[in-house]
Design a protein around this ligand. Structure first.
Ligand code: SAM
Length: 209
């Protein structure tokens, strides 16, 4: 069913080689949370061929699509795209089941669902309780990248990250030197849609301290 998830009791119990044909152990370093149709995940795989990236997506059909998309890319380009994979899960709940403390060096929240109504704000993927779980799986110095076209959501994310004792905001001068920031705007399907509609993009990056 749509809301039944399989997840390991402990990160060591998950068989990562089912997702990545050449992976030795649990070496995933990048997580694209709510990866949607996977455009950014695949961009990451190209940018960082030596790093393992996982896309986490809660919707069955969408995650199935990304799995098929990566399978097709691997068939078309032998020995490429073995460093990216998509996992269907609820990333708000199960990250510590998949990752050790301090395992991730980068997390991405690209165009997360805005849940506009006040009563739905608790469903926002960035909130006061989820941030502690994200801090747990991120290593010190690790980065969280966020982008949205919704100003209110941007302000909400900045507010919670700055409030949380484990995070500090990365300054704009530093962002200019990060090659990933440019890719946030238009690699994901949602980013392409926002750009096509000439919408706003609000970027914010936070460091795990
Ligand atoms: N990041 C993608 C992009 O930029 O194209 C998708 C953006 S879409 C607006 C938000 C995605 O997050 C949806 O595909 C949704 O199913 C997924 N999502 C929402 N809550 C989630 C959760 N708790 N765990 C995993 N994925 C989630």
């Amino acid at each position: 069913a749509d809301h039944c998830f399989e997840y390991p009791a402990h990160p060591d119990e998950f068989n990562w080689s089912e997702l990545y044909p050449e992976i030795g152990q649990n070496k995933v370093e990048f997580a694209d949370i709510g990866c949607g149709y996977g455009g950014f995940l695949i961009t990451l795989g190209n940018l960082f061929p030596e790093k393992y990236a996982v896309g986490m997506e809660i919707r069955v059909k969408v995650s199935d699509y990304v799995v098929d998309r990566i399978k097709a890319l691997r068939e078309l380009h032998p020995h490429k795209y073995n460093n990216v994979a998509c996992l269907r899960t609820n990333a708000m709940k199960y990250l510590p089941n998949f990752f050790h403390k301090g395992q991730l060096s980068k997390m991405f929240f690209l165009y997360p669902d805005p849940h506009f109504k006040k009563a739905k704000h608790k469903w926002r993927i960035i909130n006061s309780s989820s941030l502690s779980e994200y801090a747990y799986v991120l290593r010190k110095g690790g980065l969280v990248y966020t982008i949205t076209d919704v100003k209110d959501l941007h302000e909400w994310m900045v507010k919670y990250f700055n409030w949380h004792p484990s995070f500090e905001q990365v300054q704009d001068t530093e962002l200019k030197e990060d090659p990933i920031v440019d890719k946030l705007y238009q690699s994901s399907e949602e980013g392409i849609k926002v750009a096509r509609n000439k919408g706003d993009h609000f970027v914010a990056v936070f460091r795990r301290i």
